[in-house]
Write a protein that binds this ligand. Sequence first.
Ligand SMILES: Cc1cc2nc3c(=O)[nH]c(=O)nc-3n(C[C@H](O)[C@H](O)[C@H](O)COP(=O)(O)OP(=O)(O)OC[C@H]3O[C@@H](n4cnc5c(N)ncnc54)[C@H](O)[C@@H]3O)c2cc1C
Length: 414
Amino acid sequence: MKRYSAFAIAREALRHHSGWQRAWRSPEPKSRYDVVIVGAGGHGLATAYYLGRRFGIKNVAVIEKGWLGGGNTGRNTTIIRSNYLQDPSAAIYEKSRSLYETLSQELNYNIMFSPRGVIMLAQTHHEVRGYQRTAHANALQGVTTEFISPRRVKELVPIINIDGPRYPVLGGLWQARGGTARHDAVAWGYARACSDMGMDIIQQCEVTGIRQTDGKVTGVSTTRGEIGCDKLGLVVAGHSGVLADMAGFRLPVESVALQALVSEPIKPCMDVVVMANTVHGYMSQSDKGEMVIGGGADGYNNYTQRGSFHHIEETVRALIETFPMISRLKMLRQWGGIVDMTGDRSPILSRTPLDGCFINCGWGTGGFKAIPGSGYGMAELMAKGYSPLTDAFGLERFREGRFIDESVAAGVAH
Ligand SMILES: Cc1cc2nc3c(=O)[nH]c(=O)nc-3n(C[C@H](O)[C@H](O)[C@H](O)COP(=O)(O)OP(=O)(O)OC[C@H]3O[C@@H](n4cnc5c(N)ncnc54)[C@H](O)[C@@H]3O)c2cc1C
């Protein structure tokens, strides 16, 4: 694969851009692979990438029923942060955030990582106490965050109304190296690197069954034929329950729609990400100038990639009271994704009751930020059977009552 560089742009400009290669191949599936990953979202592709890069396992297929990155990875609002409360969460999210810092260089693909800073507003005394506690926990975990005053919030976000008609801003949890990245580019960058290592990314290929013999996985049935494998990774976010059912086990996961919307583009007016969890909304400004807006998840299970109308109203109302100037903006687009929610709002990275079958799911409303760290740990789990990053996130925690409660860090906040 030819490297992307300033020199390559200049060279191609001189020859009418006739020399660019396809970023990834579209091969026919082989009959057998060492590892099959189901789901070409960010987590599936990152898992495949680190299997090759860290462990030399390259006879790998990533199977996708639609187009790569077309699930939640291409539908999210791209917030990256690692200010979680519990130690195992801080470890995996901070690993991920730190991998994001150099991911463009590592993949030779501009993922547009923008560490512009993330504020989670504290708008009740309960939130003040909660976020001060998180800032203390983060200090012990080596994650750099601080609890800031309302005045500092206003300095960072001049367009905010800190007096609030319902909930004044009482402070905020600030992570200066949090931010955003281009979601499609993360999927595309990993896909290109996987393809370059000889892995097969097979799009428009739905897994319809999981084959097994004597309690051990042997392969998958797909709409493009049977594919054998020694190890199988299920990385399908909102469809995890469906795939687990095919494999013969149940998951403590619910699938619900989560939606986002963007405004018309306007001049730069906000250069940090702001989350207002009490009033239920968050906002950042994209490089194109659109205000990127998200709210809460639907209150009932469903598989529609739209989300319900009353949530748009609730989210926009919340943001208008936080940023009164947006009341004059037109909204351009709205969409939804199906997120996989666990009871403790922490992910599952685990072996399963089916030997050789592993699962990576439960990232709920906040897994974009975790893509590099999750792939890094999941690859180690699949290659070696153990990873310090994923150890606490096994399925058995639900049986044993060892919950990793992140309901404060991962409610509306993404
Ligand atoms: C509106 C919205 C806003 C969000 N905002 C944020 C945010 O700001 N920050 C953040 O960190 N996270 C955010 N998230 C969450 C984040 O998007 C997800 O946690 C993350 O993208 C999950 O990635 P994934 O690779 O696990 O899943 P996906 O990207 O959904 O990939 C799973 C893939 O599996 C495929 N698949 C399913 N079934 C099959 C099958 N039978 N056969 C083959 N393929 C199959 C799907 O087609 C899909 O492409 C948001 C999510 C949404 C919906």
